[in-house]
Design a protein around this ligand. Structure first.
Ligand code: FAD
Length: 456
């Protein structure tokens, strides 16, 4: 049986390891040059640093995953720097491009472990040089050993906000401010559920306490107003505190992000149905606990199947590989599979609490000023999307996000809506007076990421 695994993060690595343990050597495709995924990304060899410096509390887990990856890659058909840009479920084929060369990979079963990316709200001034997502700020530090600035501001909400701020402070670039759009009371109300997270919850508390103890300015329940800057970079962030007072924090860089969104375009192209998850405020591909989807022979694991975090991704990768084996009638340890199911179910409960503690600020996105650039690939402003909503209104056509895309070109550029899609949907839905789930989601289109014309 030919199994294809896409992605070499925690989910993909554990899926491949499990398949190898059962005598199946999968074809393993990864866009990056190395394994580890987003959380355990390794710097290139000349910039190598020890695990403790790079991953802090996660050093042991990172070392374990890296050694599993190193052991597995020589036994699998490992193909790094290979982007899967299309999937055809009917013929069971993947289209890939690697160093400009196109290839088609046949498979009997595919496990999609494509991870997640930052969820961004474009606030006025976000296109100034020096503004990055929180994840990109962290990747610069982890992978290249450099900071986005000497005095960055971090703005957003979610565990990554506090972690990145802590990592920057430890690395010698103390943030000028950490600004959380979620009010303290919201997080407090979620505490009983967060306690299920045990060590993960404790680590989160530690980061916040550490930052406060080291004099890093922190504010919660804030509303961003605008990022000031010019062509040569960011100079300050203007924002309102919970009491409505206006502030201006000078900075030389800014990292922003509001949680993560699944990288689920391949799942979409595979024909897997999606549902709107009100808790995650994300569209999620359908799958069961074991990663089986309604499309036979196609499995999902890790954050690409709905945000669950790195520990859950490892479990889900193992479980999806066992599901592939079960489907092929290969004997597996059913008790181990049941244990994984229990852990995955428990992990989902913690995730619900986490999402309640750091809810996506949909109203902030929906109420962006008219002149805010929403889709920077196409240079579209919030007003353009609102005008698109009116086009549909006058035509009497049911409002839908893909129609707005057709009228306005929002999400048609280089990022394919991966960056601007979440906020565009909120702006459109608010302009139409609809709940965001009622206007649908941007459909995936091949190629899922830009590829050279010569390779298409
Ligand atoms: C930028 C960023 C930083 C993060 N930092 C932390 C952190 O510090 N601590 C923490 O606890 N969590 C962090 N997270 C969350 C954490 O990374 C995830 O929970 C975890 O890595 C999920 O594992 P995964 O295997 O599902 O996905 P990932 O680790 O994201 O791995 C997915 C892999 O699939 C590859 N891929 C995706 N699409 C394709 C394609 N079409 N073709 C080929 N390859 C493809 C990607 O290159 C990637 O290597 C971060 C997330 C992001 C996005």
């Amino acid at each position: 049986m030919k199994v294809a695994v896409i992605g070499a993060g925690p989910a993909g690595t554990r899926a491949v390891e499990t398949l190898l343990a059962h005598g199946i050597s999968p074809v393993w495709l990864e866009e990056s040059a190395d394994g580890g995924g987003r959380i355990y990304q390794r710097p290139p060899a000349p910039l190598a640093r020890d695990h403790r410096t790079l991953y802090g509390f996660e050093a042991k887990r990172a070392a374990a995953l890296h050694s599993a990856f190193d052991a597995a890659r020589s036994r699998a058909d490992w193909r790094p720097q290979t982007l899967v840009w299309h999937i055809r479920p009917s013929t069971r084929q993947l289209h890939t491009v690697s160093q400009g060369q196109q290839a088609v990979v046949d498979y009997h079963a595919a496990i999609l472990c494509t991870g997640a990316m930052d969820r961004v709200i474009p606030i006025p001034g976000w296109t100034h040089p020096g503004v990055t997502s929180l994840g990109a700020a962290q990747i610069a530090l982890k992978s290249q050993g450099c900071a986005i600035g000497q005095r960055p501001v971090f703005l957003g909400s979610g565990p990554l906000l506090w972690l990145v701020a802590y990592q920057y402070a430890k690395a010698g670039a103390p943030p000028a401010a950490v600004l959380d759009t979620t009010p303290f009371a919201t997080k407090l109300a979620a505490t009983p559920g967060l306690l299920r997270g045990g060590a993960t919850f404790a680590k989160g508390l530690f980061y916040i306490t550490w930052l406060r103890a080291h004099g890093i300015p922190i504010a919660e329940g804030v509303s961003p107003i605008a990022i000031d800057g010019a062509e040569d970079g960011v100079t300050a962030l203007r924002w309102r505190d919970a009491a409505g007072r206006e502030h201006r924090t000078e900075c030389d860089a800014l990292g922003l992000g509001w949680g993560l969104r699944p990288e689920a375009q391949l799942a979409d192209l595979a024909g897997i149905p999606f549902r709107f998850d009100a808790v995650q405020h994300n569209w999620i591909p359908e799958r069961d606990l074991a990663g089986r989807t309604p499309v036979a022979h196609h499995y999902l694991a890790g954050d690409g199947a709905g945000i669950g975090g790195a520990e859950m991704a490892e479990l889900a990768g193992r479980r999806a590989a066992l599901a592939v084996l079960q489907n092929a009638r290969t004997p597996i340890d059913t008790a181990a599979a049941a244990a994984l199911d229990r852990k995955l179910a428990a992990g989902q409960k913690f995730r619900v609490a986490l999402e309640r503690a750091f809810p996506f600020p949909a109203k902030l996105a929906a109420s962006l000023p008219d002149d805010t650039i929403l889709c920077r690939c196409e240079g579209l402003r919030a007003a353009d999307i609102r005008a698109t909503a009116m086009v549909d209104y006058h035509a009497g056509v049911a409002p839908e996000l893909n129609r707005a895309k057709a009228f306005s070109r929002a999400g048609m550029g280089r990022c394919q809506g991966r960056l601007c899609g979440a906020a565009t949907a909120e702006v459109l839905a608010a302009a139409l007076g609809q709940p965001v789930e009622a206007i649908g989601r941007l459909r995936g289109q091949p190629p899922v990421k830009p590829i050279p014309i010569a390779a298409a």
